[in-house]
Design a protein around this ligand. Structure first.
Ligand code: GAR
Length: 271
């Protein structure tokens, strides 16, 4: 990986996390350089932030792909290397008993969009892909084409809750409505489930009786802008390792989980 890493980012909205990462690269808090910013949403405000820093941008308009498939399902052109059985056997985004037609159309539209992203990304070689407020789930089609090689995964996400609590699209809202007394944010590697991948870092804040959803979001975002650059810098320093852990529980049950271990500087050099 050399002295600095090449970072690609995907966003859907305002891009305040993106800004924190770009600023951290520029100030030297991250040994990295942002090499592209992509979006599923042509109107994402964060695209302007990227352009201001002369970072190349692109859009793959997910909504229009989903709309065309709904209107003319037979006309959709699937990627040549697409294999429905393979992808659906590994996807774990849907609860058991979900409507198979809904799952099929999800996989088809996402694979088309994901092939579009991969094609655009090809022009910008990268070491790490960061999802910074990217509000789409990936299928294994995309994940396996980014996580090639057997080493450390290389798609990171930031989530607005203390995972595994409150996965999904409204982490702070769900935390507030549940009546939690602490909230927080999590950076993790992506796996085939929804917000279920190995956790890299978390930060927490106290929820006071007079907090509102807005004040919670403000507290949380402020922590996100610190946490995400810190986790990216650990990746840049080669200090993240995954390990498959097995734990024996009473009664003979076993729990297995891939976790992230943060190694110290010397171990990182030795790898
Ligand atoms: C952030 O709070 C981020 O954690 C969340 O979206 C917001 C994006 O803000 N991401 C998710 O909910 C992902 N499922 P930003 O565009 O200002 O960085």
């Amino acid at each position: 990986m050399g002295n600095y890493i090449r970072i690609g980012a995907l966003i859907s909205g305002g891009g305040t996390n993106l800004q924190a990462i770009i600023d951290s690269c520029e100030s030297g808090k991250i040994d990295g350089k942002m090499v592209f910013v992509g979006s599923d949403n042509p109107d994402a405000k964060g695209l302007e932030r990227a352009s201001k820093h002369n970072i190349p941008t692109f859009v793959v308009d997910y909504s229009s792909i989903i709309r065309s498939h709904r209107n003319e399902p037979d006309r959709i052109k699937l990627p040549d290397d697409f294999n429905m059985e393979d992808i659906s056997s590994r996807l774990s985004l849907f609860p058991a008993g979900s409507d198979p037609l809904k799952i099929k159309s999800f996989i088809i539209t996402r694979a088309v969009a994901e092939a579009g992203l991969l094609e655009k990304m090809q022009s910008y070689p990268f070491d790490l892909l960061v999802l910074a407020g990217f509000m789409r789930n990936f299928t294994p089609y995309f994940i396996d084409r980014v996580n090639t090689g057997s080493g450390i995964p290389r798609i990171m996400n930031i989530h607005p809750a203390l995972l595994p609590a409150f996965p999904g699209t409204d982490g702070y809202g769900d935390t507030f409505r549940y009546g939690s007394k602490i909230g927080g944010c999590t950076v993790h590697f992506i796996d085939y489930g929804e917000d279920s991948g190995p956790i890299i870092g978390q930060k927490a804040f106290q929820i006071e009786p007079d907090d509102t959803i807005d004040s919670i979001k403000k507290k949380g975002l402020t922590l996100e802008w610190e946490l995400y650059p810190e986790c990216i810098q650990l990746f840049a320093q080669n200090r993240l390792k995954t390990a498959r852990m097995t734990y024996a529980l009473e009664g003979g049950k076993r729990v297995e989980r891939t976790i992230v271990q943060i190694v110290n500087g010397e171990e990182a050099l030795g790898r």
